[in-house]
Design a protein around this ligand. Sequence first.
Ligand SMILES: Nc1nc2c(c(=O)[nH]1)N[C@H]1C(S)=C(S)[C@@H](COP(=O)(O)OP(=O)(O)OC[C@H]3O[C@@H](n4cnc5c(N)ncnc54)[C@H](O)[C@@H]3O)O[C@H]1N2
Ligand code: MOO
Length: 403
Amino acid sequence: MTVSIEKALELIYTNTKRKSLKILPIEEALGYILAEDITATHNLPPYDNSAMDGYAVKIEDSDKCVRVSCTIFAGDNFQGELKHGEAIKIMTGARIPLGTQCIVPIEDTQECQNGVKLPDNLVISKHIRLSGEDIKKETLLLSCGDIIDAHQITLLASQGISHVKVYKKPRVALFASGNELKMHFEQITEYQLYNTNTPTLLSRVKELGCEVEFIGTAADTLEDIHTHIQSALDCDFIITSGGVSVGDADFTKEAFGIFGYEILFDKIAIKPGKPTTFGKIGNKVILNLPGNPLAAALNFELFGRSIIYAMSGQKNKYINPITAKMKNDVTLRSGRRTVIPGYFNGEYFTVCEQYAPGMISPLAEANSFIITDENCTEVPKETPVKTISTKFSFCSANFIPLS
Ligand SMILES: Nc1nc2c(c(=O)[nH]1)N[C@H]1C(S)=C(S)[C@@H](COP(=O)(O)OP(=O)(O)OC[C@H]3O[C@@H](n4cnc5c(N)ncnc54)[C@H](O)[C@@H]3O)O[C@H]1N2
Ligand code: MOO
């Protein structure tokens, strides 16, 4: 059954289950997806405090010489009260004493007999950081489905939160198939080549924060593919490459069949990547990518990444495009929606000099791709195009058309 890109994504999102939960100390939660809402337990700052090294004073003492009664440092528990005709020297971050109306920075004062001379332009509340002005107690700080990065950890630490509930990371198993393939640590002969798909996918899956198991490279036999599937079945998501086309040695889908493979689509109206197949065995999902390396890598970016986002529990799980301008004129053969790799520099998208489904050379130079419509025969330079990044995740809670 051939499906559109959109239908393929819909089938992926409706058939991929979120992972279950666990609790982690916040220091170990980096990159995980939060599985609970976090509400502020107290105000930040917790107390009114000075934004400057200076003097706590009263407004009516503008332009006067006032006595400096004492000095307060950050962390002091000063209990006294500021009086008229007096200044209390105060350091940045120190709790302001009762009766303070503003803080005058040290450099705005001058020494005078027995004290400091204040400027004549004092303003109420100036240089006072009010309790709760940053975060108010009981406000929602983070919500279930947020990605925990360094700045979410800032919020958690600010509230004295030591542990959070997160979604477990997806566990991904990978294997390739092909009699011609050898791993990069093996010897090859002139009729063999290195398996580049597995190291590529393994690295990408890791970059996306999953745990990954490399199962191996299967020979083109049902028996050997069975053995590899068996070893992969304790993971959540199995990604294979190769053996999905119509050749006499293309056994991948058939091999999954004896494990009760429920195929949800086995062809997509896309170029390259037409034979990309998706299905499930129980609650495990399977993506069979074509063997051609560029086809496998680009289809992983659309479909594999979507499966990982759906499984991760993140609320912004749909890949979003970014609008760019086409750098050069590009001509195409119409017929199928075409994925074209290129480089987006923040303004222009430059198509890779050469690209074909069986190549690997475009991958390292590309940081994104565009998807052209089936009737499109040319994309003139300066035309706005939607690019999908392979280096960043621009995501949203709702699906946004990708081309
Ligand atoms: N008669 C037809 N032939 C083909 C069709 C078709 O519709 N009718 N589709 C073509 C398309 S499109 C693709 S894509 C390929 C996909 O085929 P497979 O998934 O069966 O892939 P293989 O035949 O196993 O390999 C294709 C190609 O890629 C190389 N390869 C495979 N695995 C790796 C790897 N792990 N690392 C590096 N390179 C790999 C392999 O040596 C082949 O050259 O089928 C077309 N044929
Ligand atoms: O579509 Mo195949 O996926 O040409 O490379």
